[in-house]
Design a protein around this ligand. Structure first.
Ligand code: ZN
Length: 380
């Protein structure tokens, strides 16, 4: 028998993790924590999913631990009268949503439970955690190194700890890849993805009916993840999906714009974010013919290899083809009284330049005319 223990918060990550563990054939034991959180609706949503899974033949042993009397005394906007901040999830103001030592407290309990199950069933037990690389610097107790240290301490402080191991299946993933994993699990298990995710809560400030405003950092991150996988979030918001999506996209754009302003030179910013063009024969990569790769200056996405670069004499770096996985976006550009095809980074929407039909015939006849300011070169 494969036994896995996990915390089921009722959010996206832990719900996806539960589906994954079922897909892998585990017998799953889950714990929910009532820590006096304002978004306690997440626990009833988790129960709705436990019931839905049970109706479909997947029995989960689920228990809710009440820590509210203790943790309601903790500081932080999730458990006190303080308002939950709105805005981007990586902004410093989101620090108020940190609950002191929360994951250490939860992990201690899960570890004790896992050890007990391993004794009861005389087998190894996995503790599964949904932590991932997209977890943010403001939550230090989501970092993998924290869990590794904690695990070492638990191993030292218990007998038979070799029977319990730590499993971090999402460690290299992000919210988008976690949702994609959940789609695979639902198909495998014969479950309805929308029913499952309608029974989750990610918001820190749901109203009395459990509807999210779509405006806290965690909401925005969730909305963008659903948008990235091309689906409408089935959870109910206070506004319709298009409104919450537009808001999330504008918050993300504003946040990224701040980052680009800090990271880029004025020329790089104007070219990539405002579709400006550097003056001909002035770019650093125009006459640059060194073996290596050219990446997007904004997001480091691989765009071109030096193997496709040639001297077109036009005054800007010219490439006859893009890298295999570059996926450069093409948009009809009617500006300046001309009809041209604009090319943009598919990952971050940075303006790169244009593509023309006067390239070398032996490579397909295209010329990518790219601003040096949109690129960063790395030698091979
Ligand atoms: Zn980019």
């Amino acid at each position: 028998m494969k036994i896995a223990v996990m915390a089921l918060s009722g959010g996206m990550d832990s719900t996806s993790l539960l589906l994954r563990l079922l897909r892998e054939g585990n017998t799953v034991y889950t714990i929910g924590f009532n820590y006096g959180q304002k978004h306690i609706v997440e626990l009833s949503r988790a129960q709705d999913n436990i019931d839905y899974l049970s109706e479909n033949g997947y029995k989960i042993s689920h228990n809710v631990v009440d820590l509210s009397s203790l943790m309601s005394m903790f500081t932080g906007s999730l458990t006190s009268n303080e308002d939950v901040p709105k805005g981007h999830y990586e902004e410093q103001q989101m620090k108020s949503t940190v609950v002191p030592n929360r994951n250490a407290i939860f992990s201690s309990m899960i570890y004790g439970y896992a050890l007990s199950l391993s004794k009861q069933f005389e087998c190894n037990v996995s503790i599964s955690l949904g932590v991932h690389s997209g977890d943010h610097a403001i939550y230090p107790d989501c970092r993998p190194e924290f869990y590794q240290s904690l695990n070492e301490a638990f191993e030292k402080g218990n007998w038979d700890s070799e029977n319990v191991n730590l499993d971090l299946p999402y460690i290299d993933g992000d919210k988008e890849s976690i949702l994609r994993d959940a789609i695979v699990s639902c198909e495998h298990l014969g479950l309805d993805f929308d029913t499952i995710f309608a029974n989750t809560n990610t918001s820190y400030d749901p109203d009395e009916q459990g509807r999210s405003s779509g405006k806290t950092g965690s909401d925005i991150e969730r909305i963008l993840a659903f948008h990235a996988i091309g689906r409408k979030d089935p959870v109910i918001y206070q506004q319709d999906w298009q409104q919450v999506l537009d808001h999330a996209l504008s918050v993300e754009k504003e946040y990224m714009d701040k980052i680009y302003r800090e990271k880029l030179t004025e020329l790089q910013y104007q070219v990539t974010r405002n579709s400006a063009t550097e003056r001909a024969f002035t770019g650093i990569y125009d006459k640059h013919f060194v073996k290596g790769n050219y990446y997007c200056i904004c997001c480091n996405h691989l765009l071109f290899s030096s193997q496709s670069k040639y001297n077109s004499g036009c005054g800007w770096p010219a490439f006859h083809s893009e890298s295999v996985d570059a996926n450069i976006a093409r948009i009809t550009d009617n500006s300046h009284g001309m009809v041209r095809i604009e090319v943009k980074c598919s990952k971050c929407d940075a303006h790169l330049g244009h593509v023309f039909e006067d390239g070398p015939k032996e490579y397909g006849g295209e010329r990518y005319c790219i601003n040096s300011a949109a690129l960063i070169f790395k030698e091979e």
